[in-house]
Structure formats: structure tokens, C-alpha cells
Design a protein around this ligand. Structure first.
Ligand code: MN
Length: 235
């Protein structure tokens, strides 16, 4: 193939104990999938249909990265999430069959410019500027199903500078992983290379330059990041 400019690099995440990487096509994210987090966002946690947004695949950032405080926000939030990696595509996937489409699991942080998200929400506009900005998706290495099976319970947590802020269990997901896969695939064709960030528990909060963030899901893995200076702090 001949391109008029150099094609962008293929986005990918590492795979534990494997030299091969997982190439990423799309990053789907589930909104409000834990009751206590729905409440802290000022919403009714009633089990209404899930809703989905996306981040660009090139927003993924590896474990241990420094992420500069992003522009145009004064309320930059962490959201720790269980991440699902799709290894086999499909549409109209049934809940009972959904797990057979999963290659593995990872731990991600859905970084959010909360002020921009809420301004968009209140104006009835897309969340894009609040959610889908550069380097907004730190993600751990992938732990394959062959390695860890299909976790349905286990502590999910995040700390900032050693202080735990988010502490819950993935068994508290309002919509389970198989239900989320069924829901997305009823509307979009899932493909190998898709990631799904499954939603965050309560305790989201602001980050500032210099913060050191650690998080994990028991039985899946851990993720770390730190916050670099904001662009306006740079010389
Ligand atoms: Mn989220």
C-alpha cells in the first residue's frame, strides 16, 4: 500500500509473559456501572440500559507512564476500571456465549476532564472533550484468560500518594461483563482488538501535578501512573 503520508503506528498494549502485543482497534467505555458511583455523579443508579462512549485507540498509555496535566481543565479525575480485551469478534452475541469472545483482562484508568464532561452533559452535548483527549487511557498489560480465567469478583482499588480513594469489588458491576458484550454487540460489530473499559466504582476525585497513582484489580493486575506538570507550567 502506498500512502501520501506515513501511516500512524498501530496502537497496542503489552501481554503478560508474551513478546507479542495486543493490537487495539477501538476502546469502548461503559458509563455509570457501579451504584455508588452513579449516586456520586448525581444520578439514579436504577438498572436502566447501559450507555457507551469511546476513546481513541491512540489515547492508550502504558503502565508506569507520566501523564502531563491536560489542558483546558481544572478538575482532572481518575476512574479505575476493569478492562476486557476482545479476541474474537461478533455481533448479536448472547450473554451465555459472551465469554468465548474474550481474550483477556487488564486494568485501566478512565482519565476524565470532569469539568468539561459536566459542562457537556448539562448542555446536552457529547462527552468527547471531557473523556476522549490525548493520553486519557492508561492501561496495564493484558492477562489472558488462559492465565487468569474469567474474574467475576475481586477487589478493585485506586490510591493517590498512598491514600486509597476507590475501593470496591468487580462483583458490584451493575451490568456484568457478558451483559456489556451482549449490549455493545447488539449495536456495533465487535472485532478482535477491541477493548472495553467496564466502568468505575465510587471515589473518583481530582489529580494534581506530582500525584502518584496506583490501582489494581485482584486477580487481574495493577496499573500505575504519575501526573506531570500542566502545559501552562512548562517554560
Ligand atoms: Mn469511566
Amino acid at each position: 500500500m502506498n500512502y501520501i503520508i506515513a501511516p500512524p503506528p498501530q496502537s497496542s498494549i503489552a501481554v503478560l509473559d508474551d513478546d507479542a502485543r495486543f493490537p487495539v482497534r477501538r476502546v469502548y467505555c461503559v458509563g455509570r456501572n457501579y451504584e455508588a458511583h452513579a449516586r456520586e455523579m448525581g444520578k439514579d443508579p436504577a438498572r436502566e440500559a447501559p450507555f457507551i462512549f469511546q476513546k481513541p485507540a491512540d489515547a492508550l498509555v502504558a503502565d508506569g507512564s507520566v501523564i502531563d496535566y491536560p489542558p483546558q481543565t481544572g478538575n482532572f479525575h481518575h476512574e479505575i476500571e476493569l478492562v476486557v480485551a476482545i479476541g474474537r469478534g461478533g455481533s448479536q452475541i448472547g450473554v451465555d456465549d459472551a465469554r468465548s469472545h474474550i481474550l483477556g483482562y487488564a486494568v485501566g484508568i478512565d482519565l476524565t476532564r470532569r469539568d468539561l464532561q459536566f459542562a457537556a452533559r448539562d448542555a446536552g452535548r457529547p462527552w468527547e472533550w471531557g473523556k476522549s483527549f490525548d493520553r486519557s487511557a492508561p492501561c496495564s498489560a493484558l492477562a489472558t484468560v488462559a492465565r487468569i480465567g474469567h474474574p467475576s469478583k475481586g477487589r478493585i482499588w485506586l490510591s493517590v500518594n498512598g491514600v486509597v480513594r476507590q475501593d470496591a469489588d468487580i462483583s458490584e458491576l451493575i451490568w456484568s461483563v457478558p451483559e456489556v458484550i451482549a449490549f455493545i454487540s447488539a449495536s456495533m460489530v465487535l472485532q478482535p482488538g477491541d477493548l472495553i473499559f467496564t466502568g468505575t466504582p465510587a471515589g473518583v476525585g481530582p489529580l494534581v501535578p506530582g500525584d502518584v497513582v496506583a490501582g489494581g484489580v485482584d486477580g487481574v493486575g495493577t496499573i500505575g501512573m504519575s501526573v506531570g506538570p500542566s502545559r501552562r507550567d512548562l517554560p
